[in-house]
Design a protein around this ligand. Structure first.
Ligand code: DQA
Length: 166
């Protein structure tokens, strides 16, 4: 999607399984914000940058896949939660719709159990933010804004077309 430029875009924030329990779920790892509060903050930030923020959470792999297929969003911010480490089907859904996306994790998956250190998404994402808590989502929204409006800082590092880092 390099070359895409959109001043007012829709950014979809997609949350995987168990993230509906944010706030009470292992708060030492995932923080004290509820999903509702987090979504409201993300939507407000997207709006302040001139974009529409759409949020969706599901515990079901097939529901997340269907949502990816049907979404008309221009950019996806995705915390696949436990599906990060298991789901070829969700990976394939993102490849199928060919939309730019950033992977976000509240905790640093590379400082946790070995099984969390495999992500089926990191190599196909524009980038991954992991371990920065809810700020990871805010940084991802700001990156989406840079990317969609082609402002400075929106390089797709690691792509052949864009190998000149600046
Ligand atoms: C998570 C990390 C995953 O390993 C875990 O299964 C989650 C949340 C995170 O945001 O840190 O559910 O994606």
């Amino acid at each position: 999607m390099i070359g895409h430029s959109k001043l007012m875009a829709t950014i979809l924030i997609l949350h995987g399984p168990n993230l509906n329990l944010l706030g009470t779920r292992e708060p030492y790892l995932y923080g004290h914000d509820t999903l509702e509060t987090l979504d409201a903050k993300i939507i407000a930030l997207a709006k302040s940058l001139g974009h529409e923020g759409a949020t969706f959470q599901s515990n079901a792999e097939s529901t997340l896949i269907d949502h990816i297929h049907q979404s008309e969003a221009d950019f996806i911010i995705f915390n696949p939660a436990a599906f990060t480490h298991t789901s070829v089907a969700l990976r394939d859904a993102l490849l199928a719709v060919n939309k730019p996306f950033v992977e976000v994790h509240l905790s640093n998956i590379y400082r946790r159990e070995n099984f969390r250190q495999l992500s089926y998404f990191s190599d196909i994402a524009l980038g991954t933010l992991t371990g920065l808590g809810i700020k990871g989502y805010f940084l991802a929204v700001r990156y989406a804004h840079y990317y969609l409006t082609k402002q400075e800082g929106a390089s797709h590092y690691g792509s052949a077309q864009n190998s000149q880092a600046h």
